[in-house]
Design a protein around this ligand. Structure first.
Ligand code: ATP
Ligand code: MG
Length: 297
């Protein structure tokens, strides 16, 4: 690895056409062997992120949408928690998308996430997202039936249509000032098994385990194919995917932090400048405060 600031670039996919998931090693650490060193770098990254978020908020024109997708136990929650630990909660919104409600199923598939997009100046985090619509729904087509779409619209091109809708939607966001940054936390099948076993063995981790996690694991290959297909169809310069190695949590967190830093740095964020009229107003305010009589006790 050359410079820490370039770390995330190694895992960034901006053109999906020839993307093959098999070429990406879930255990990669880009030559970094020392976990403690990585944790120091992460701590520095968290500080830098806090500065940049403050500027994003003050600048109040751009917004940043971070999308996290992964197989169970890949570390989405822990990554969000650690990477965003220094950020002012007022400038950041996290949404977790689970199985859709009846009301959500009654709308087009982008509706529920659109309502949660970040305002200008904010960071929005989607823990799962509209990509579930071409993942779990593709692996389990019976979920598509529940969506009550008109039958002429659910032919074999339904997935290609969804990829196109997503890609166009993300272009639309980019054109209107939302920077979109997507993360696939790429965990190996073996590491997922070890993490499941840990959750079963440790009573304090039992709550993190759901029997449906093991059921979904049976569809591992179908999910990997679905991830490959969606990355091929939706990785663009404006809305890149990061295929983040996820077998070592310390490395996952470092890559994600650096990717967010790079995304914010690319925006050239500035604190608003004060005009001469505003400066005169500030001088006037000072005069008034200085001229106040001392308060009576
Ligand atoms: P954790 O297990 O760490 O709490 P999680 O994101 O896995 O986090 P769960 O409640 O276990 O949360 O799972 C949410 C489930 O909702 C996932 O299995 C996901 O595939 C499913 N889901 C999300 N969006 C959709 C959708 N549009 N249609 C059907 N299922 C969905
Ligand atoms: Mg889960």
């Amino acid at each position: 690895m050359s410079r820490i600031s370039d770390l995330a670039d190694q895992f960034k996919v901006t053109k999906g056409k020839d993307f093959r998931l098999k070429d990406w090693d879930p255990a990669d650490t880009a030559g970094i062997k020392d976990k403690e060193h990585a944790e120091e770098l992460l701590a520095q990254g968290v500080k830098r992120l806090a500065e940049l978020q403050d500027r994003l908020y003050a600048d109040n024109t751009w917004s940043l949408l971070l999308i996290f997708q992964a197989m169970d136990a890949a570390g989405k929650d822990g990554t969000i928690k650690h990477v965003m630990s220094g950020v002012n909660p007022q400038g950041c919104q996290v949404y977790s998308f689970k199985s859709p409600s009846a009301e959500e199923l009654d709308h087009d598939f982008l509706w529920r996430t659109t309502k949660c997009l970040p305002e200008r100046g904010r960071i929005g985090i989607f823990n799962r997202s509209y990509y579930e619509e071409v993942l779990v729904v593709k692996v389990h087509p019976e979920y598509l039936v529940k969506q009550s779409m008109p039958s002429p619209l659910i032919g074999k091109d339904v997935w290609d249509n969804r990829y196109a809708s997503i890609a166009e939607f993300e272009q639309h966001l980019a054109r209107n000032g939302t920077k979109v940054c997507k993360f696939f936390l790429n965990v190996s099948k073996e590491e997922q098994k070890q993490r499941f076993l840990k959750r079963l063995d440790d009573p304090e981790r039992n709550w993190k385990f759901s029997t449906s996690d093991v059921a979904e694991r049976q569809h591992w290959d179908a999910y990997q194919d679905a991830y490959q297909d969606l990355i091929r169809a939706t990785a663009t310069k404006q809305a890149p995917w990061h295929v983040v190695p996820a077998d070592h949590k310390w490395f996952t967190r470092l890559v994600v932090a650096q990717a967010i830093i790079a995304a914010l740095e690319s925006l050239d964020l500035k604190y608003p400048t004060v005009s001469s009229a505003q400066k005169a107003g500030l001088a006037e305010a000072r005069k008034m405060l200085d001229g106040e009589k001392p308060a009576k006790r």
